[in-house]
Write a protein that binds this ligand. Structure first.
Ligand code: DC
Length: 234
């Protein structure tokens, strides 16, 4: 283990602040595996919706708890090089980005049995190091010993504007105010849930990217990666 090369990079922070774009770009540049843990919580949420396990906002936790261990969440790389999420071998990438899933994902991600199941899967994925994992609790719970921890943030308005433009580009018709409300509500639920609430790990480096271009963020992160390698004698 001591001679194992490569490090674990944990990127946590608020929703819609560009964590995954940064994490993906870094993973590509340094040849690491990228894991989007939010997509895993979204996949479970999509499963609940598609199996009618959410009725009038109430989650049928008993059925979900029984089915969860049998769900196979995996990632494939599409021809254009993008990562796509699969549930039991079916590509559900487009479905998990819908507003319907976004609206229900925080309460699903707050369920303790969902978190313990997914955290276990995430730890298994990081066994071989050389990973960039993004989420909310990677530096605090999944990999508290990660060699590099980043906590990304920006104001709710900046994040809602980014998501609005992203959805508009994809042809979606959704009001900015609805997106802003969703961003704020998810912040509230993610930060106040009992199990693994969203919080900065004591040893995480904060990045407020509200006024940074993508290139600036990518350059900043790459430098932090080089520093982390040096700290770890690699
Ligand atoms: O990163 P995202 O917006 O796709 O994440 C979707 C939701 O999943 C988000 O509301 C919080 C939750 N999540 C979590 O609780 N823990 C993680 N490690 C990743 C995401």
């Amino acid at each position: 283990m001591e001679n194992q090369k490569g490090i674990i990079i944990a990127i946590d922070g608020h929703s819609s602040c560009g964590k995954s774009t940064m994490a993906k770009a870094l993973a590509k540049r340094i040849g690491y595996t990228y894991i989007d843990t939010g997509a895993m919580y979204r996949a479970v949420t999509y499963y609940c919706i598609s199996q009618n396990l959410i009725r009038n906002g109430r989650i049928d936790t008993e059925s979900l708890q029984k089915k969860l261990p049998g769900l196979n969440i995996s990632f494939i790389t599409s021809e254009d090089g993008n990562q796509r999420t699969c549930l039991n071998s079916t590509d559900i990438e487009d479905q998990i980005r819908s507003m319907e899933v976004s609206a229900m994902v925080s309460p699903i991600a707050a369920l303790p049995f969902v978190r313990s199941e997914l955290v276990e899967k995430q730890r298994a994925m990081g066994n071989s190091k050389c990973i960039v994992m993004d989420g909310r609790d990677i530096g605090t719970t999944v990999f508290p010993n990660a060699e590099l921890k980043i906590f990304v943030t920006a104001s709710a308005e900046v994040r809602a504007t980014r998501r609005y433009l992203e959805m508009k580009e994809k042809g979606g018709k959704i009001a900015y105010q609805d997106i802003l409300d969703n961003v704020k509500e998810r912040d509230r639920i993610d930060s106040t849930r009992e199990v693994s609430p969203l919080r900065k790990a004591d040893d995480a480096i904060i990045l407020d990217n509200g006024n940074m271009t993508r290139d600036e963020q990518n350059g900043w992160l790459y430098k932090e990666y080089l520093k982390a390698l040096e700290r770890n004698g690699q």
